[in-house]
Write a protein that binds this ligand. Structure first.
Ligand code: ROI
Length: 178
């Protein structure tokens, strides 16, 4: 059974957290590369897995550049909200400006998808991230690094693969070296 986890409570032992990365401005592949370096170098995050890069058409307004997406897994002892603050600080450090435009282009988006097998329900944070089952650019990279994963309250992630809109998703062959 999935249990609700207080958003401000730090776990005693490291938990796994899955993070979605997305960018469509200012060399998106480089933005994702830099974000993964920042995650790797952060003292409270232990980067364990990272997916390939994926190209995708924009979900939302079509008059914006194509996106590059990926998913990674870390181990952490940060609380969900402390982790969210950490990810938002990384977005800001890479020039993200929150101008209030919904679904507009961005230099870097880091979304907390999953926090162990817990549910988090807080005004700033909902886990599992509601986009997991609806966004191919999140679901497929997640399944690449965690094919058997269960989504708390939603069942197996792989069960959503057949119905998720593909949005022109394509796995990129050249990873982070390109
Ligand atoms: N569309 C794609 N393809 N990838 C994203 O990461 C992404 N992020 C967003 C919106 C604007 C919803 N569209 C996206 O925030």
């Amino acid at each position: 059974m999935a249990v609700e986890w207080p958003a401000l409570q730090a776990p005693e032992n490291p938990v796994s957290a899955f993070i979605a990365l997305g960018a469509n401005l200012q060399n998106p592949a480089q933005q994702l590369h830099d974000a993964l370096i920042a995650i790797q170098g952060h003292p409270d995050l232990d980067l364990k897995r990272q997916s390939s890069l994926y190209g995708s058409d924009p979900m939302g307004p079509a008059d914006q550049p194509a996106y590059i997406n990926a998913v990674c897994m870390v181990l952490t002892c940060l609380s969900p909200l402390a982790l969210l603050d950490t990810l938002q600080a990384m977005e800001s450090a890479q020039g993200r400006v929150r101008d209030g435009q919904r679904w507009g282009p961005r230099t870097l988006d880091l979304d907390l998808l999953l926090y162990a097998d817990h549910l988090v329900d807080h005004p700033r944070l909902c886990v599992p991230h509601p986009g997991i089952t609806q966004r191919s650019f999140v679901l497929l990279p997640l399944l690449e690094i965690a094919p058997e994963i269960s989504l708390p309250g939603l069942g197996l992630a792989s069960d959503y693969q057949a119905t998720v809109p593909m949005l022109g998703l394509s796995k990129m062959e050249f990873g982070f070296e390109a």
